[in-house]
Design a protein. Structure first.
Length: 165
């Protein structure tokens, strides 16, 4: 077993949390876990950076699960190396990311990376606030614009691969 250092930097704690409870979809059953990967994530990130193991294009593994009204939900799991690099980028730059997100006066997303507990690593979506805000907009304007980022991550991976070519 690796011994933990006496001082653990906040970004290292965030990285471990993002990998432990932010990598695999919450819908996976308990036997599927990334806790071991999270325990070694800081060391692996340093090792992979030192060895020149960088992000590369891979196709995520897709699967679908049942959802309400017989509609299925498509979930994906990306390559662990790429996920570690993304999580490291977020954890290292979290303070700047959070400040940028706080600038918005219209969002109902106020993210926090929760340091402990059994829930997900990132919290802060007020679904009741989203519904209330939608009702306010519809009452005032009769329509509203809604975006769906479900295809965001695959498009980011495709764009990153395209730029390198």
């Amino acid at each position: 077993m690796d011994q933990q250092p006496a001082f653990v930097a906040a970004n290292d704690q965030r990285l471990r949390r993002l990998i432990a409870t932010g990598y695999f979809p919450a819908e996976l059953p308990p036997p599927f876990t990334t806790r071991s990967f999270a325990q070694h994530s800081v060391g692996l990130a340093k090792l992979w950076d030192g060895a020149g193991i960088r992000k590369f294009w891979t196709a995520p593994e897709h699967f679908s699960i049942p959802r309400y009204n017989q509609v299925r939900r498509k979930l994906s799991i990306v390559n662990p190396i790429n996920q570690l690099h993304v999580a490291q980028l977020i954890s290292d730059n979290w303070d700047d990311i959070k400040l940028r997100l706080q600038r918005s006066s219209i969002t109902e997303f106020h993210p926090e990376i929760v340091g402990s507990g059994g829930g997900r690593a990132v919290t802060g979506v007020n679904f009741d606030g989203v519904s209330r805000r939608r009702a306010e907009i519809l009452a005032s304007y009769g329509r509203y614009v809604k975006t769906d980022i479900a295809r965001f991550y695959p498009s980011v991976y495709a764009r990153a691969h395209w730029r390198k070519a």
